[in-house]
Every structure is written in C-alpha cells, then in structure tokens.
Design a protein around this ligand. Structure first.
Ligand code: SF4
Length: 411
C-alpha cells in the first residue's frame, strides 16, 4: 500500500507532514511526498490566504486524477476553517482539522470528520528527516489575534513543547547539521519559567547549527540576545515580522509595537550581531493604508537595514476583524507592490554588497548553501551536508559564488 502526503502552506505544516510520513511508514505504508499514484492521499491544507485555501480545495481534484479509487484524507487549517467544503468532495473519506494531527493515523479507516479542540502541545512522531536542514516544531497556536489573520481561530491558543522533548528530537535529527525551530509564534515559547532564550541555551550543547523561525519584535531584549550569544550555535538570522512601517496601520492590524520600537529592536540586534541578517514579512495595501503610510513602509526597509523583505498584497480573510474594512482598489495594491518589490531588491543588494570578499561559514545542500546570516552561496567542490568556511568572491543572481577556505568537520 502506498501513501502520499501532500502539503500546502507553512514550515509548520511541512514538519507536521514529515511526522505523518514517518507514522504512515511505521504502519507499513510505502510513503512519498511527491504526487504520484497512491492508495491513500493525506492532504495537509493551508488557509493563510483565500488563494491558499482555493489551492487546498483544488489539491483534492489533483490527487484524484492519479487514482480515482484512492482514499483521500484532508487535514490542516483550510479543513478546519471549512470542513464541509472538503467533506462534500468526491473521494474524500475523512476530514480532520489543524489540531491533533497525531490522531489522524489511528482514524484513517473511519469516514466523516473530526475537529477537536486543543489540549496541550500535540506531540507527533519524529519527522522523516533526510536533509541537511531539519525543521523542529517547538510551539503551536497563537494568542496575538492580528486583525487580518485567521490562524488563532484555526490552530487555537499558544502551547509549547517541553524543553526535554525538543532536546530529544534535536539530538535525534541526524544527519541534519542545521535545525530550524518552527512554530506559529515561537516568540511565545514557554516551558514553566523557561523561555525561548533558555531553550537556545539548552540546545547550545548540541554540535548542530540552530536557526530561528519567524519572531515577533517583543522577543528582542538584551536578556534574549545574551542567551542567544551564550548558546554559541544560533545563526545570526532574525526573521522579524514587520507587516507595516506606519504606526496607524500597525494599530489597525493589532500589531503590538510601533515603528520606533521595531527600529530599536533592529538596532539592538546589530549591537550584538553586527553581521546579522534581519528579514521580514510585510503586507502591502492593508485596507486603511494611505500613500503616506505606504511611504513609511518603504522608508523603514532602508532605515532598519533589512536584508530581505517578503512582501505580499493584503488578502481579505472572511471572519477576521480587518475583513470588515473596505478593501483598497486592486490597482493601488498592484502599483504599491511593484514599488515595494523594487525597494526590497535594493535593500537586499545593499546588504549583500557588504559581504564581498568576506569569509563566512556555510552549510551546503544539494544545490548550494546558506551562510549563518542566510546568504546563498554556490561553491565548486562543496559536498551536500558539508560545512565550510568560504570566501565570497563574485555576486551572482541569488547570492554569491564562493571559494572553499576549509572544511569544518562534524564534532
Ligand atoms: S502573530 Fe499575528 S499573523 Fe502571526 S499567526 Fe499570530 S495572529 Fe496570525
């Protein structure tokens, strides 16, 4: 029997799918994450935008084309948001939600749907990890209720995995030499009195590189940065979610910081890690965004010295507070997106230019590597899974061509 797990959406979904693949394999299935003919399809859906939800629904028809007789099980945020839309589709036997993906495997033989409320952190089997980089779930859910976002309604309130459980999986995540800590809001990580900084100190004992997933501004304190520095193995890469550079828009978004606080956080990061890459997500064309507000978003990209900006146009999500606000005309959003993409490209160029001729540490995958501060490098002679000191010699489209200075052996 062959099972295919097809994933849409975020890194958390990806790592949960890797756990589901491992659990299916343990049950005797031949497993794959590539679309092909299979007896069972498990579709892990996404609802972050209306488009993602549409693609999730279309995935059912896509997998049916490979085998109309296959059982199709749907889980994830889109299924949690609108289970009926999936249950009505031909071939779908079981619909689950965004929580308790641990219970899906035991219920594969059932038909119908089950959506359960969160209880604590849902432990999943150790994911099938074969790559240089492993994603490790440390937290789920969110309490922030940004006005444009459905995730807290779908994934429930924040809950964290115990430090002991995280450390055990991190130690088992061989052969990965880099571990990315994933969650919906890892800034809210707690295990008793311990916070994310304490978890980093604990993981600092491992001979692996640790990379942080998306962070919120409030985590950036001297205490946190000192713990991060003391851990010694955490990449100087901060994906610090921004969303807008204008205070008026941040307030309407229910983001809990101001433009000035975001800039202070960036300055503090550079004080501790001068070469740090600060990357971000930014929404363009939020309903109340004026031309002046948008100009503030453009300006903060430069003022904060951002290394990369993932900009996307505002997408209305029914059921959120922001959905009650009148949308901006599509032409305005399109024009602002083009300006923001140009601004983001300039920012990336400025950041990359600082590192010409520098020697950095990079971990290589099949088709290139990443430095600690997330610069893409291509290097003749570098092996997949190898960590090297490399000299950045020539700017190429997506980063640098580099030369090996020396290989760093695994401890
Ligand atoms: S922090 Fe905001 S945008 Fe992110 S998941 Fe929570 S509510 Fe959504």
């Amino acid at each position: 029997m062959k099972a295919c797990v097809f994933t849409l959406g975020c890194k958390v979904n990806e790592v949960e799918s890797a756990s589901l693949l491992a659990a299916l394999e343990a049950c005797g299935y031949e497993v794959t994450d590539t679309l092909c003919k299979a007896d069972l399809y498990l579709i892990n859906t996404c609802a972050v935008t209306a488009e993602a939800e549409k693609k999730s629904r279309q995935a059912v028809a896509r997998v049916r084309k490979f085998n109309p007789a296959a059982r199709i099980v749907v889980c994830g945020c889109a299924a949690q948001h609108d289970p009926a839309a999936f249950a009505a589709r031909e071939g779908v036997t079981l619909v689950s939600g965004a929580q308790h993906k641990d219970r899906i495997i035991a219920r594969l033989g059932e038909t119908g749907r089950f959506l359960e409320e969160e209880e604590g952190f849902c432990e999943l089997p150790i994911p099938k990890q074969t790559k240089t980089r492993a994603f490790l779930r440390i937290q789920d859910g969110c309490n922030r209720f940004c006005s444009y976002c459905l995730i807290p309604y779908l994934r429930g309130r924040t809950r964290s995995r115990s430090m002991a459980s995280v450390a055990a999986e991190a130690a088992a995540a061989l052969p990965a030499r880099e571990i990315v800590l994933a969650g919906i809001d890892i800034t809210s990580y707690r295990d008793g009195d311990a916070d994310l900084g304490d978890l980093l100190l604990r993981l600092g004992r491992l001979p692996k590189r640790i990379r942080l997933g998306s962070l919120e501004e409030g985590i950036v304190t001297r205490a946190f940065l000192e713990k991060m520095k003391a851990a010694g193995n955490v990449c100087e890469h901060f994906h610090l979610s921004l969303q807008s550079g204008a205070d008026a828009v941040l307030k309407k978004m229910n983001r809990r910081y101001t433009r000035a606080q975001y800039l202070e956080a960036c300055a503090l990061i550079y004080e501790y890690f001068p070469d740090a890459a600060i990357t971000t997500d930014l929404i363009v064309g939020f309903p109340t965004e004026t031309e002046e507000d948008f100009a503030q978003s453009l300006a903060i990209v430069q003022a904060a010295g951002l290394a990369r900006v993932h900009a996307f146009p505002y997408s209305r999500r029914e059921g959120t507070v922001a959905a009650r606000l009148p949308d901006l005309p599509p032409a305005v959003k399109k024009q602002r997106m083009a300006r923001m993409l140009a601004c983001a490209a300039e920012a990336e160029e400025r950041y990359l230019a600082r590192f010409a001729g520098r020697t950095l540490t990079a971990l290589f995958e099949e088709d290139g590597g990443y430095t600690q501060n997330y610069i893409r490098v291509h290097c003749a002679g570098a092996n997949e899974g190898g960590m090297y000191e490399v000299r950045l010699s020539k700017r190429v489209k997506d980063g640098y061509e580099a030369e090996i200075v020396r290989e760093i052996q695994e401890e």
